[in-house]
Design a protein around this ligand. Structure first.
Ligand code: ARG
Length: 266
């Protein structure tokens, strides 16, 4: 009897310790024992996701970390590359695709997305003095794109699907290298990416061309496996991060300007 009492006391104490270790804060409760969600990316797309001394950094990284914190979820961001990230999320091997991924009808067949978090459009990167002044001018030119992006789609809708003048690369940095080495006349990719590149590399004398008639507005979302159980939580967290000023802080840090939050609410 005495022993039994001792044992049940010990049991009660250890249970209390375990419970208290789980945390009382409602926002983080559950995260302690949660296996981190696997977030896959293609970290070759500055300023959204890129490597800095081997570390994955960028707007998307800060944004997604803020969203995860708000949702009370632990995450682990892994640089797997563009095509593999679609395969992983499609096969439910990863929980989130974070890669400036445009929400479009094609992708919505296979994947779920969170509510939009960024407005983007494709733009054209060319050497200064190029005779390319609009999307129409790309016809008859060689254009480098990242394979499987909306940039590839946009260019192929002008030059024709399977046109040999569209050179497709595994990541966008390789497409830009092709332009620099003279193997292509232009790169088409997301505006912030080509604008950041031109700005950060003034000695390369590149300019960015906008063509609103040919290139549509696009929204980025975090990409999820179809039927993801995290969608509701993440949607709520995205909205909260936009509304509570965190998004604005992160945006200003990476772009130096104020975001237009109205575009996200539309
Ligand atoms: N927004 C474009 C798309 O979804 C390009 C994104 C490329 N992202 C990247 N990390 N390479 O197709």
């Amino acid at each position: 009897m005495k022993n039994f009492k001792k044992m049940s006391f010990a049991f009660a104490v250890s249970t209390a310790l375990i419970l208290s270790a789980c945390g009382k804060d409602s926002k983080t409760s559950g995260t302690e024992n949660q296996k981190p969600l696997r977030v896959v990316t293609d970290a070759a797309y500055a300023p959204f996701e890129y490597l800095d001394k081997g570390k994955i950094v960028g707007f998307d990284v800060d944004f997604t970390n803020a969203v995860a914190k708000e949702a009370g979820l632990k995450i682990d961001i892994v640089n797997v590359g563009w095509d593999p990230l679609f395969a992983e999320v499609g096969d439910k091997l990863a929980d989130i695709g974070m890669s400036s991924i445009t929400i479009n009808d094609d992708r919505k067949i296979k994947y779920d997305f969170t509510v939009p978090y960024f407005l983007s459009t494709n733009k054209i990167l060319v050497p200064e003095g190029s005779d390319i002044k609009s999307a129409e001018d790309l016809k008859g030119k060689v254009v480098a794109v990242q394979n499987g992006t909306t940039g590839q789609e946009a260019v192929e809708s002008l030059l024709g699907k399977n046109s040999k003048d569209v050179k497709k690369f595994e990541n966008n940095n390789l497409a830009i290298l092709e332009l620099k080495s003279g193997g292509a006349d232009a790169v088409v990719a997301d505006n912030a990416v080509v604008e950041t590149y031109a700005k950060n590399n003034p000695n390369e004398k590149l300019v960015v061309i906008e063509d609103k008639d040919s290139f549509a507005a696009e929204f980025y979302g975090l990409m999820l496996p179809k039927g993801s159980k995290y969608k509701e939580k993440l949607d709520k967290a995205v909205k909260e991060v936009v509304e509570n000023g965190t998004y604005e802080d992160i945006y200003k840090e990476h772009f130096g300007t104020e975001p237009d939050l109205e575009t996200l609410k539309a």
